[in-house]
Design a protein around this ligand. Structure first.
Ligand SMILES: [Zn+2]
Length: 412
């Protein structure tokens, strides 16, 4: 049974923070391809196009017949055939986290694989394998108990591969919006210790303010993503006390490019969502990075919520889609930067939101509760990209299959 995580003690300011070492990044194209799929929560292996055998670890050609390989979703069951405990390592990260348990798993899909073991898993057990990303963004197999065990998410080896909100302190950037409030509540329910809830204009009241600020664990803070100084000030106050940052800021307006769009809306959207995201990253990324291996309450993730139409554009929402595209692009660059420091960078993708700016869009539309659930799931799983709703899932699936066709379809 996993020992339940206990609330971390207040940090001794005189103790040196453990440096957040990350393993070297795997450079091969196949490892990168596997990581990209792991980041979307898929369990994939390479399967030979000729002999149809699945293979692991990732390689460039089939080890049985030299055929070409393609990525396919595979059954994730396995049996642990051997286990061992590593007590010495030259890897700078694992050296600080010994002893570390690994095992050999016989996958239902065919191959044998070396896997990281959950504490409740032993030799002979049937397990559920998850394809995870390590701190450097490399793919790794993690063996979970087949059925839920007590305090399963608290396993110290598993926590290295996730950004679980339990006992962590979170900054949610826009508490004035329904999305921000839903995300804040969901994070507290998932075990977050404190949610610092951003408010760009403390002198103006907003709907739901009394209820959300009365919830234990919510701490209102002054934060405006369009104001560099407000971010610098808050980062100075909270930098060492925030482990997760969730950016819920959004500015949606209707309009096309040549017809019906307002330049001022595009500028406002770019300033809040794009320049704002960069301001936020510049304010908080260094402090998060400095504490990426700081015990049970290490800094873990930066999460951004953006429209799926950033991938395709969207007729009638041209400016907002362009803003989302810039936002996704910044997140991709930031992900590469933060892989050097062990902080996860996550994008939650949404379809049209159930709000006043999508009144003419037919359902289904994304609710705040769905977005909140996706944020918590991404953190609990350590997933880089997650869709909050069915529309986003559908657009992403079509885009993965045929991006050029999907762009046409969404802009008819
Ligand atoms: Zn083959």
């Amino acid at each position: 049974m996993t020992d339940p995580l206990i609330p971390p003690k207040r940090k001794d300011p005189l103790v040196v923070t453990r440096a957040g070492h990350v393993s070297p990044t795997l450079r091969s194209r196949s490892a990168t391809a596997m990581a990209a799929r792991a980041g979307m929560g898929r369990f994939v292996l390479q399967v030979c196009d000729d002999c149809a055998k699945a293979t692991y670890p990732q390689r460039d050609r089939c080890p049985f017949c030299w055929g070409t390989l393609s990525w396919q979703d595979q059954p994730n069951g396995a049996v642990i055939e051997a286990e061992t405990t590593i007590r010495s390592s030259i890897d700078l990260f694992f050296k600080e986290h010994l002893p570390w348990r690994i095992g050999s798993a016989r996958l239902d899909a065919g191959p044998m694989a070396t896997v990281h073991l959950h504490g409740d898993v032993a030799r002979g057990d049937r397990v559920r394998l998850e394809l995870k990303l390590d701190r450097a963004g490399n793919p790794a197999l993690f063996a979970m108990p087949e059925r839920e065990t007590p305090h399963m998410a608290d396993d110290p080896q598993l926590r290295v591969f996730t950004a679980h909100p339990k006992f962590r302190r979170v900054l949610v950037t826009d508490g004035r919006s329904e999305i921000g409030q839903a995300v804040a509540e969901a994070l507290l329910k998932a075990g977050a210790k404190t949610v610092f809830l951003g408010n760009a204009d403390p002198l103006m009241r907003y709907p739901g303010q009394e209820q959300i600020e009365a919830i234990p664990g919510i701490e209102p803070v002054h934060l405006s993503l369009t104001d560099t100084r407000s971010i610098e000030t808050l980062a100075g106050q909270l930098g060492g006390r925030v482990e997760i940052v969730v950016n819920t800021a959004r500015f949606t307006r209707q309009g096309g490019v040549g017809f019906g769009g307002h330049l001022s809306n595009l500028q406002s959207g770019l300033d809040l969502e794009v320049t704002g995201l960069m301001r936020l990253a510049q304010g908080f990324a260094p402090a998060l990075s400095a504490r990426s291996d700081d015990g049970d309450r290490s800094a873990a993730a930066l999460v951004d919520i953006a429209s799926i139409y950033g991938l395709t554009g969207k007729a009638g929402y041209a400016g907002s889609s362009a803003t989302a595209a810039a936002r996704l692009s910044l997140m991709a660059s930031l992900r590469g930067e933060m892989a050097q420091t062990g902080i996860r960078v996550m994008s939650v993708l949404t379809g049209p939101i159930e709000d006043g700016w999508h009144q003419n869009v037919p359902p289904p539309k994304t609710t705040s509760a769905q977005i909140a659930r996706a944020v918590v799931t991404a953190l609990e799983q350590g997933q880089e990209t997650i869709c909050a709703d069915e529309v986003a899932k559908d657009v992403l699936a079509r885009w993965l299959q045929d991006p050029i066709l999907t762009i046409r379809e969404e802009n008819k």
